[in-house]
Ligand binder design. Structure first.
Ligand SMILES: [Cu+2]
Length: 422
């Protein structure tokens, strides 16, 4: 029998579905670069990722992407065979300046043809990267050359345009950031996040490219919480998050706590200021970028996550019986005679699983959560935090924020004083 999350959890939320709890040591991404004269020279920060190296050869910026298969850790406990670029999924961010002429070499080390499409970039037709339509596919072992000009600033993406279902599903996608030639008018913390979703059967090492729903591995920049690096900012900082979605099927409503932001741009261009509205959640549809900006308002470890509840969790089974409200005592007693240690879970909700360390099949992160300053954070998947501090020390781990009085149990005098009867 193949051990899938359906079969594993098909009889209810048994002990195997328990959540392991990992400590998460927050890391500090690169500090904001020092301002340069005549405007600021920004560089994008890629949590859990990197910027693609480049060099200028006779006035042309040259990059090299290599399509590869490699081992990729989604979170501690789950390593998959991913496809991506330069052994990363998403691939490294291509960063350039408006107006730059570029040459991008693409080497294919995969077993089938590939191409790269420059999503949102205005390119000559022959550089559009659609196999069969604008070019031949790049065969295994071949290196092709794309020549184009990033003629406008903005946030774009890249992905294969051949066997998209397989290649994108296995992790081939990346972000392109083109900075305005005039520089930034103000200091900004500039982050790039690519969302993605995969269906990785429990215990398997490969995402299923045929999946159309029931995605169970939801990621920011290829990592599921608690493996997602936080974003950091200082109170008063202008923060920009470029959120891209090249996942197979789902749009993601990305929500930020403690702040309101505006969508200032998409992969189509800048949103005119008169058209911007305040939001706390932005839907990032498949095949789009949404660039949001806000001013860091108050210190805290503010969650940033997909608001689809099934996208902020890890490898949860959805074929389980609903046991909320059930009394399983009699069933447990009988079943434990044939399955020693059997314990039904879920009758009081699912949080209890987050407090237990249950045995897991190899290479699985069912219900894996994180450890916070006040106990277990029972979310996973597409979840991270924006760590805002009154004063940030560059390079220093900001740790967890506990500087704000936490909600706590009401005292008897509170209850009496305010006339509350529990
Ligand atoms: Cu989502």
């Amino acid at each position: 029998m193949t051990l899938s999350r359906r079969t594993m959890l098909g009889t209810g939320l048994v002990a195997l579905a328990g959540k392991r709890v990992l400590a998460k040591a927050p890391q500090t991404p690169e500090p904001v670069p020092a301002p340069a004269s005549g405007g600021h020279k920004p560089s994008v920060v890629v949590p859990n990722g990197s910027v693609l190296p480049s060099k200028v050869v006779r006035g042309v910026r040259v990059y090299h992407l290599v399509a590869t298969e490699f081992d990729h850790e989604i979170a501690p406990g789950l390593v998959i065979k991913a496809w991506g670029y330069n052994n990363a999924t998403p691939g490294p961010v291509i960063e350039a300046t408006e107006g730059e002429r570029v040459r991008i070499y693409v080497t294919n080390k995969l077993p089938e043809v590939t191409t790269i499409h420059w999503h949102g970039v205005f390119v000559p037709f022959g550089m559009d990267g659609v196999a069969g339509l604008t070019q031949e596919g790049i065969g295994p072992g071949k290196t092709f050359k794309y020549e184009l000009t990033f003629d406008r600033a903005g946030t774009f993406m890249y992905h294969p345009h051949v066997d998209e279902m397989t290649q994108i599903a296995l992790g081939m996608h990346g972000m392109i950031v083109v900075h305005p030639r005039s520089g930034e008018s103000a200091r900004v913390r500039d982050y790039s996040l690519m969302t993605h979703e995969m269906m990785v059967p429990i215990g398997a090492r490969r995402a299923d490219p045929l999946a159309m729903n029931d995605f169970n591995v939801l990621t920011f920049n290829g990592k599921a919480f608690p493996a997602t690096d936080p974003l950091v900012a200082q109170v008063g900082d202008r923060v920009r998050i470029r959120i891209g979605n090249l996942g197979p099927m789902d749009h993601h409503p990305i929500h930020l706590h403690g702040h309101a932001f505006e969508v200032v741009a998409t992969d189509g261009g800048t949103v005119p200021p008169s058209a911007r509205v305040p939001e706390t959640t932005v839907i990032v549809p498949v095949g789009t970028v949404r660039v949001v900006e806000f001013t860091a308002r108050a210190a805290g470890d503010w969650p940033l996550h997909c608001h689809m509840t099934h996208h902020a969790m890890n490898q949860m089974g959805h074929a389980a019986a609903n046991l909320v409200g059930a009394d399983p005592a009699g069933v447990d007693a009988k079943l434990s005679r044939v399955v020693p240690g059997y314990m039904t879970m879920g009758q009081a909700g699912m949080h209890e699983m987050s407090t237990m360390r249950m045995p897991q099949p190899a290479n699985a992160i069912s219900m894996l959560g994180g450890k916070g300053p006040y106990g277990v954070i029972d979310m996973g998947g597409m979840f991270t935090t924006v760590k805002v501090r009154d004063h940030l020390v560059p390079g220093q781990d900001p740790g967890w924020y506990t500087g704000s009085p936490a909600a706590g149990e009401a005292s008897p005098s509170d209850l009496v004083g305010d006339g509350i009867t529990p």
